[in-house]
Design a protein. Structure first.
Ligand SMILES: NC(=O)c1ccc[n+]([C@@H]2O[C@H](COP(=O)([O-])OP(=O)(O)OC[C@H]3O[C@@H](n4cnc5c(N)ncnc54)[C@H](OP(=O)(O)O)[C@@H]3O)[C@@H](O)[C@H]2O)c1
Length: 295
């Protein structure tokens, strides 16, 4: 069993981005600049946004964190995004999800200028991805593809079972794995909460991507010997022995599943750091594309 170590791979990706960003800066061209919007004070969202801002600093990007009270109106939020869209200094915009219930996520995502949509959630980005055109790929599936590439995990002709069909993880993941690309060409089964025979499907899978958000859902009796298991899930489970009062648990029962696998990602330290690295890659690409377009 080989561990797919997101910490090691993301560190290598970040170092490559740092070097490229430094060259760009020394050439006097630009410093990539990410704007992150955080609405409210959800604990997990705070942690994610703080990590993204820290990542920017580590690779030499500028970042701006805009924080708004949970009571902000949708109109005000859309006005703030419009300002960022028009601000030539900003290359990438992300809005940390979830948003408070009175704000329509779709309206917010659709208001981001597609050329600054570094989360890749805008319909234009998703449409371009489906058509295999250059675009921003949602950071989590993008990070997973980078991980498969780094470890040269064979995917061609394999049966991949993706559990979960969200717009941000499962659905784009199923598309990326099925495309005619070096780390695609899988035959993909996309599962969700209405799937009847999930265990049987998983037992047929050469690759399982677990992205359903249910702690330790995938157990050893669901995994074929030699399978590749990618664990996207992050659930906070109360743990008094931790200073924070919780620990992070994936969607896979790691200890019993790992011995059956050819490759497996840990939680934490697997997909999470890769997601962050992929966001930096998208931001760098946004900066380059805007530079080339003279913006
Ligand atoms: N590591 C990272 O960087 C990263 C990034 C993003 C998300 N995550 C984590 O990944 C997990 C999934 O996130 P998400 O945003 O995609 O979640 P989500 O929007 O809640 O979607 C969950 C998906 O799982 C499906 N599902 C739920 N219970 C199921 C069951 N018993 N059997 C089969 N399918 C089931 C749902 O089916 P229906 O569509 O039928 O409801 C849905 O499609 C969460 O734990 C999240 O925290 C991690």
């Amino acid at each position: 069993m080989q561990l797919l170590d997101g910490k090691i791979v993301s560190a290598a990706i970040k170092e490559a981005i740092r070097q490229e960003a430094e060259i760009l800066r020394l050439q006097g061209k630009k410093t990539p600049h990410l704007a992150a919007i955080l609405v409210g004070n959800d604990g997990a969202s705070e942690t994610y946004v703080a990590a993204k801002v820290k990542d920017c600093a580590e690779v030499g990007f500028d970042s701006t964190l805009l924080r708004f009270d949970a009571a902000i109106s949708q109109k005000n939020l859309l006005d703030q995004i419009a300002l960022l869209n028009d601000n030539p200094a900003i290359d990438g915009i992300l809005v940390q999800l979830p948003l408070p219930r009175h704000i329509e996520e779709e309206a917010v995502i659709n208001s981001i200028a597609p050329e600054k949509d570094v989360d890749g959630f805008h319909p234009v980005s998703l449409g371009r991805m489906v058509n295999n055109l250059p675009t921003f790929i949602p950071a989590t599936p993008y990070g997973i593809m980078l991980m498969l590439e780094h470890y040269q995990v064979p995917t061609r002709g394999k049966h991949a079972v993706v559990i979960g069909r969200s717009h941000i993880v499962g659905t784009p993941m199923s598309i990326l794995l099925s495309r005619n690309t070096p780390y695609g060409n899988c035959t993909v089964t996309l599962c969700h909460s209405h799937t009847h025979n999930l265990k049987e499907l998983c037992l047929q899978a050469d690759i399982i991507v677990a992205a359903l958000g249910k702690a330790e859902f995938v157990t050893a009796d669901m995994v074929k010997s030699g399978a590749v298991v990618i664990d996207v899930g992050i659930t906070r489970v109360a743990d008094d022995s931790k200073k924070s009062g919780f620990r992070l648990v994936g969607d896979v029962k790691f200890d019993e599943v790992a011995p059956r696998c050819s490759f497996i990602t840990p939680v934490p330290g697997g997909v999470g750091p890769m997601t962050r690295a992929a966001l930096l890659k998208n931001t760098f690409h946004a900066a380059i594309a805007r530079l080339e377009a003279g913006r």
